[in-house]
Design a protein around this ligand. Structure first.
Ligand code: SF4
Ligand code: SF4
Ligand code: SF4
Ligand code: FES
Length: 568
């Protein structure tokens, strides 16, 4: 790793292991503009916005230069300014400029930089063809007319998720980013993880916007609008209103939803506790019967979709438990049928999720009953932020309100579902026989927590030493599957989260890089630390439900059998 001193705009800046000059510039506190640099991916070096000039007048892209001791550069000369304005003008010339009505307006890097560099008019003719938008995905929308060809989505899809759904096609002025053979996303194996939309600096890939539907239902007096809020949402929603990442804002979110017209607001943690109970039961049953192992977690719909499409022989290994969102919805639907019949209102169920793939999950046929989905609508954290802003609510100043009972109660084991390792840790708390505080801590420090992409731990349960793996980022899960298939690794239980860092890093969350995602994870661990009840089996509301109204019907309500679409 290189070490030394650089001189940036006359400032002496030491560097020590930074991977490129751009990182050193940012360390010096200079906000260098970029389009195609994403610190968690390989360097592409195509947009040329990050150019710098050396003492000989040579201009080069800082993201593609290694720092050298004694290097002298300037980041902001008249030539560089002209160069950046020219790039922006060229980009805008071949770009749809419906800024005011664009999904990304106010949150678009092209718009921001055009404003920052004072681009007021575009001198070049737009010669690009008009492309059709792709609305076929349940989770994201592609609008190639807004693409600046930075390639971020291509690298995210390939390097983080191992899916390679998007790629460059054609040449010269016809160059576009699209799925192979220009197919629609619904005709590909896209898993709806949405990470391409999270990376896209413009409105060329956006999350499917369903805010209009939510408002219509909230304004309909014949509807009882009931919300559930996922664990990871609470530690990210405040970021849009000046709160630090990781601050648990669930109580403020409940108040905001009530002001916006919600009838009842519950916590997905209740569904997560149910999941722990059912998944642990299933796991113990598999231990008795001798498999199939490993048992894979089933909470992440993008992961389930991947297995269905690309590794269907592993479907038998996926837990039959529905995700917490769908367990919650099934119970709600069951319990509210009588209420609806009595007061003549129809319950409309909205789930607030950190996840775009949940939009896809809610539309799956397995989760429809009597022609209606169990979850009527999934809104992402970003969509709910937009709605709060539209309502003019001063979120940071709100007095908090707790989620309602009985479905507002969740344990510490449930809240950590929102970060990588959380589901495995919650299940481990349930299946270990020794329930002492020391055991709880031993699980916590076993290596189950952390940010390494694949973590393996061994925990004693009865006379067995259980092998548990935790993996995040689908490309890493694919590597683990290869090792399991080849017999190089053996595990009893594997937790898979498609998004890096787990749901705190879901594509529906406000944009943030790894340090922010880690702060959110810390917020969830803090919520667990301060929770009065730490184990799912001690949630009294869950116990009451399992022993009362749904006794004998848990299989029907809480489990699902995924089948490969061709064999269904
Ligand atoms: S949603 Fe995920 S799988 Fe689909 S194209 Fe985007 S990154 Fe790739
Ligand atoms: S779709 Fe977005 S992320 Fe992908 S190349 Fe175009 S502008 Fe970049
Ligand atoms: S890891 Fe979480 S946010 Fe990401 S796709 Fe899976 S469930 Fe959704
Ligand atoms: S950010 Fe360096 S070339 Fe695009």
């Amino acid at each position: 790793m290189a070490k030394g001193i650089m001189y940036i705009d006359g400032q002496r800046v030491p560097f020590d292991g930074e991977k490129n000059v751009l990182a050193v510039i940012r360390k010096a506190g200079i906000d260098m503009p970029t389009f195609c640099y994403y610190s968690e991916l390989s360097v592409y070096g195509a947009c040329r916005m990050c150019v710098v000039e050396d003492e000989k007048g040579k201009i080069d892209a800082s993201c593609s230069m290694e720092p050298r001791d004694g290097m002298v550069i300037r980041t902001n000369t008249a030539r560089l300014l002209k160069h950046r304005r020219m790039i922006l003008e060229l980009m805008l010339s071949s770009h749809c400029r419906d800024c005011t009505t664009c999904e990304k307006s106010g949150n678009c890097r092209l718009q921001d930089l055009a404003l920052r560099f004072g681009v007021r008019h575009v001198r070049f003719q737009d010669t690009r063809p008009v492309y059709e938008k792709d609305h076929s995905s349940p989770a994201i929308v592609r609008d190639p007319n807004k693409c600046i060809l930075c390639g971020d989505c291509v690298r995210v899809c390939e390097e983080m998720q191992g899916m390679s759904i998007l790629n460059f096609a054609h040449r010269g002025s016809d160059l576009v980013v699209c799925p192979a053979f220009d197919r629609k996303l619904s005709e590909t194996n896209c898993i709806s993880c949405g990470q391409c939309a999270a990376a896209c600096p413009t409105g060329a890939i956006t999350i499917r916007d369903e805010i209009g539907k939510a408002w219509r239902e909230l304004y309909d007096p014949k509807k009882r609008v009931v919300f559930q809020i996922a664990p990871a949402v609470r530690v990210a929603v405040g970021e849009a209103f000046g709160l630090e990442p990781g601050v648990n804002a669930i109580d403020k979110l409940v108040s905001a939803l009530k002001m916006m017209g919600a009838d009842e607001v519950y916590d997905t943690n209740f569904g997560a506790d149910l999941t722990v109970m059912e998944e642990s039961e299933e796991f113990l049953e598999r231990l008795k019967k001798g498999g199939p192992f490993p048992m894979f977690t089933s909470c992440c719909p993008a992961w389930v979709k991947y297995v269905e499409e690309e590794r269907p022989h592993f479907l038998k290994n996926i837990s039959t438990c529905k995700s917490p969102m769908e367990m919650f919805a099934a119970v709600l639907k069951d319990q509210y049928a009588k209420k609806d019949a009595e007061d003549g209102r129809t319950t409309y169920h909205i789930a607030i999720m950190p996840c775009t793939a949940k939009k896809m999950e809610a539309k799956r046929p397995e989760f429809r009953h009597d022609g209606k989905p169990d979850v009527d609508l999934v809104l992402t954290t970003q969509e709910i932020i937009t709605m709060i802003k539209e309502s003019g609510i001063r979120f940071a100043e709100l007095e908090g309100e707790s989620p309602e009972m009985p479905f507002g109660m969740g344990t510490g084991a449930a809240v950590i579902f929102g970060t990588t390792g959380g589901v495995a840790e919650a299940v481990a708390r349930r299946v270990v026989e020794d329930k002492s505080r020391n055991t709880l801590q031993a699980i916590q420090f076993s290596g189950i927590r952390g940010s390494e992409t694949i973590r393996a731990v061994t925990l004693p349960v009865g006379d067995r030493a259980l092998r548990i793996a935790v993996v995040h980022g689908l490309v890493n899960a694919q590597k683990l599957l290869d090792d399991i298939e080849a017999g190089r690794e053996y595990f009893d239980l594997v937790e898979v989260m498609t998004c890096k860092t787990g749901c705190v890093g879901g594509a529906g969350q406000p944009y943030g890089l790894n340090p922010i995602k880690r702060q959110r994870a810390e917020g969830l661990y803090e919520a667990d630390r301060t929770a009065l009840i730490k184990r799912s089996e001690r949630n009294p509301m869950v116990q009451r439900l399992l022993e009362g109204p749904i006794k004998g019907r848990t299989h029907e309500l809480l489990h699902v059998h995924y089948q490969h679409p061709d064999k269904a």
